[in-house]
Design a protein around this ligand. Structure first.
Ligand SMILES: Cc1cc2nc3c(=O)[nH]c(=O)nc-3n(C[C@H](O)[C@H](O)[C@H](O)COP(=O)(O)OP(=O)(O)OC[C@H]3O[C@@H](n4cnc5c(N)ncnc54)[C@H](O)[C@@H]3O)c2cc1C
Length: 329
C-alpha cells in the first residue's frame, strides 16, 4: 500500500512527490506513474531549445510557497533541476505506464490499474497537465500533412523554410523567436490586432522581430482551411488581403485543454468544462487531488504555479489524511 500515487512526472508531479518526502513520508511509500519514456515530457517537447524559462511566466508571481523553486533558467537547467529533484529525493518513477482505470475501496483507499499492473494507495494526485491535448483548429488537417502541420517545434527540425505560426500567446511568440534563428521566413497569423495574452518580454521580443523584418505579423487574420498541395500546406485565409498561401510548415500554438475524459473516467465531477475543486485542490472524489496546470484554469499555469499547487494540496493531505507535517509554514 503506497501513501501517495502521483500520475504524471512533470513539474507538478515531481514537486508533489518532493513535498511528500519533505513532509516525512518515506520515499518508498510514494510512486509516480508517467505515460512518456521520460519525465517532464511537455517541457522537453514544447519548449524551443534556446528558450529562456521565465519564473514569472504568464504574469504569475515568481514567489514559491513550497520546497521547490526556480529563478529564470535555460531549458536545460530547468530539466536538470527536475532530474536532480528525482535523484536527491530517491523518487520512484515508472515510465511508459498509463493509467486506464481506478477504483475507490470502501475504506476510501484506491486501486489504480495500468497496462502493467495495479497499485494500492491511500491518496492519488493527478498531475498530467493540459499539454497532452493541444488545442486544434476547428477545420480539418489533412493526414498527408502530418509532418508539416505541427503542434510543437521540437519533433521536426525546421530550417530555411517558409513557416506560418498560428496563435497569439506566449508560445506563439517563443516559436517565432526560435524559428527566426534557423534561417526561416516566419509569418504569424493572429486573430486580433493587439497581443494582450503575452507577457511583456515576449510581446517586446515579437515586436522587435517585426521591426527587424524577421517576422511578418498577419494581424486580424483568420485561417479557415488547410489543404495539401504538392505535399505542402496550402492555407486559406478568411480575409481577402491575405488570400491563399503555400508554406513549408504550419505550427499551431493554441494552448491546451483539460483532459476531461480522463478525469471523468476517474470519477471526478465537472461543473461545465471545469473539474469541481474543493479546498486545496481536492476533487469531488475524497482523497483524489489535482495539481499543476490542471488547477490553473483555462489559461494554464507556470512551473512555479505547479510547485506551489503541490505544496497547497500536500498541506491538506498531511492535515486530513496522512498525518504528516509540511515543513515550510
Ligand atoms: C511553449 C511553452 C512555453 C512555456 N514557458 C514557460 C516558462 O517560461 N516558464 C514557466 O514557468 N512555464 C512555462 N510554460 C508552462 C509550463 O510548462 C506548465 O505550466 C508546466 O509544465 C505545468 O506542469 P504540469 O506538471 O502541470 O504539466 P506538464 O508539464 O504538462 O507535465 C505533465 C506530465 O504528465 C504526463 N502525462 C500526461 N498524461 C498522462 C497520463 N495519462 N498518465 C501519466 N502521465 C501523463 C506528461 O507526459 C508530462 O510528463 C510554458 C508552456 C509552453 C507550452
Amino acid at each position: 500500500m503506497y501513501d501517495l500515487l502521483v500520475i504524471g512526472a512533470g513539474p507538478a508531479g515531481i514537486s508533489m512527490a518532493v513535498e511528500a518526502c519533505h513532509s516525512g513520508i518515506d520515499s518508498g511509500k510514494i510512486i509516480i506513474l508517467e505515460k512518456a519514456e521520460e519525465h517532464s515530457f511537455s517541457i522537453k517537447k514544447y519548449y524551443p531549445d534556446s528558450k529562456l524559462v521565465s519564473a514569472n511566466y504568464k504574469g504569475f508571481e515568481a514567489k514559491c510557497s513550497g520546497v521547490m523553486c526556480i529563478p529564470d533558467l535555460t531549458k536545460h537547467e530547468t530539466i536538470s533541476y527536475l532530474d536532480k529533484a528525482i535523484l536527491e529525493n530517491n523518487l520512484t518513477v515508472h515510465y511508459s505506464e498509463t493509467v486506464w482505470k481506478m477504483h475507490q475501496n470502501e475504506d476510501k483507499s484506491f486501486i489504480v490499474y495500468t497496462e502493467k499492473g495495479e497499485y494500492h494507495t491511500k491518496i492519488v494526485a493527478i498531475a498530467i497537465g493540459i499539454l497532452g491535448k493541444p488545442n486544434k483548429p476547428d477545420y480539418k488537417i489533412p493526414l498527408k500533412l502530418k509532418e508539416r502541420a505541427l503542434f510543437d517545434v521540437t519533433t521536426v527540425e525546421i530550417r530555411n523554410s517558409r513557416v506560418l505560426i498560428v496563435g497569439g500567446g506566449d508560445s506563439a511568440s517563443e516559436y517565432c523567436q526560435f524559428l527566426t534563428q534557423n534561417g526561416n521566413e516566419v509569418y504569424l497569423s493572429y486573430r486580433k490586432k493587439d497581443f494582450t495574452r503575452m507577457n511583456e518580454i515576449n510581446r517586446e521580443s515579437l515586436l522587435e522581430l517585426e521591426r527587424e523584418k524577421k517576422v511578418v505579423i498577419l494581424r486580424e487574420s483568420n485561417v479557415v482551411a488547410l489543404e495539401e498541395k504538392d505535399g505542402m500546406p496550402y492555407v486559406k485565409f478568411q480575409e481577402e488581403r491575405f488570400g491563399e498561401q503555400t508554406y513549408d510548415y504550419v505550427v499551431y500554438a493554441l494552448g491546451g485543454s483539460t483532459p476531461e475524459n480522463f478525469l471523468k473516467m476517474l470519477g471526478i465531477e465537472f461543473d461545465g468544462e471545469d473539474p469541481i475543486l474543493k479546498e486545496h485542490y481536492e476533487t469531488s472524489v475524497q482523497g483524489l487531488f489535482l495539481t499543476g496546470d490542471l488547477t490553473a484554469g483555462t489559461k494554464g499555469g507556470s512551473i512555479i504555479w505547479a510547485f506551489n499547487s503541490s505544496n497547497t494540496a500536500m498541506r491538506k493531505i498531511c492535515r486530513d489524511y496522512l498525518n504528516c507535517k509540511i515543513d515550510i509554514e
